[in-house]
Write a protein that binds this ligand. Structure first.
Ligand SMILES: C[S@@+](CC[C@H](N)C(=O)[O-])C[C@H]1O[C@@H](n2cnc3c(N)ncnc32)[C@H](O)[C@@H]1O
Ligand SMILES: Nc1nc2[nH]cc(C(=O)O)c2c(=O)[nH]1
Ligand code: SF4
Ligand SMILES: [Mg+2]
Length: 231
């Protein structure tokens, strides 16, 4: 599998924010979001290490952490992702419980195969696999690529993330209603870095009584400003 970086950090985003996690970032993406902070991973010339599923699982085991984030680029484009997830979810973590695997995905890559795998895994490893799925808003330039079917596959263990610029805020309400998210799937609102004051997101939540949403800043960008890789 084509990997551009792997590292240990705290998860800066999503339901496991603040927890130590092992990150595996895959090369290549089917979208080109206007704000992408990892465009370097999507360039054809990116320095890629070819890794087997077995080598990635061995690396995760060595890290000694329980949370694993598979990201990119777009991880769901990887033909062997389901195989990797299956093995990781069957691994005992350092505390003897299973590993917790989170797939960070862009909403435009079909999640059906992984959702089926999760159904199969639930008996043996409940909660082992979660999806954090972006709904790309208008300022990304990619909203037309969203697959609503992906969002119907999500439940209370997953998260839908809206990365918002100021002009995107009203659209969050429309999409959340259309996809029936409040009360069904946790929703995170994250500022598009440098394009909105985070306080504006909180005001918008207050103005619209959005008790079902969680505002979230990217912790790693606060802790390590201007560091692009390995955090
Ligand atoms: C780099 S993407 C990789 C995973 C997948 N391609 C996706 O878009 O979800 C990881 C997360 O970073 C977010 N992100 C990228 N650039 C950002 C920025 N400038 N400000 C805030 N979040 C950003 C994306 O929206 C996504 O939620
Ligand atoms: N620390 C840290 N947490 C993250 N959570 C999701 C990330 C991503 O790029 O998908 C990410 C990342 O790049 N760094
Ligand atoms: S989908 Fe993710 S990796 Fe791809 S361009 Fe958008 S933010 Fe970047
Ligand atoms: Mg990131």
């Amino acid at each position: 599998m084509p990997v551009v970086e792997k590292f240990i950090s705290i998860n800066g985003e999503g339901r496991c924010a603040g927890k130590l996690a092992a990150f595996i970032r895959f090369a290549g993406c089917n979208l080109r979001c206007s704000y992408c902070d990892t465009m370097w991973a999507n360039e054809p010339g990116a320095a890629v290490q070819s890794e087997t599923v077995a080598a990635l699982v061995a690396w995760v085991r060595e890290t000694g952490v329980e949370c694993v984030t598979l990201t990119g680029g777009e991880p769901v484009l990887q033909p062997h992702l389901a195989q990797l997830v299956r093995v990781l979810c069957g691994e005992a973590g350092p505390t003897g419980h299973g590993l917790r695997v989170e797939v960070e995905t862009n909403g435009a890559a079909d999640l059906a195969e992984l959702a089926n795998l999760r159904q199969q895994l639930r008996g043996v490893a409940p909660g082992a696999l979660t999806f954090t799925v972006d709904w790309k808003l208008p300022s990304s330039g990619m909203e037309a690529r969203m697959l609503p079917t992906n969002f119907a596959l999500l439940d209370a263990r997953d998260a839908v993330k809206f990365v918002c610029a100021e002009s995107d805020l009203p659209r969050v309400l429309e999409v959340a209603r259309q996809l029936d998210l409040p009360g069904r799937v946790p929703v995170y609102l994250s500022p598009c870095f440098g394009r909105i004051e985070p306080a504006r997101i909180v005001e918008f939540m207050q103005e619209n009584g959005m008790i079902w949403a969680t505002a979230q800043l990217q912790l790693h960008k606060i802790i390590w400003p201007n560091v692009e890789r390995g955090v």
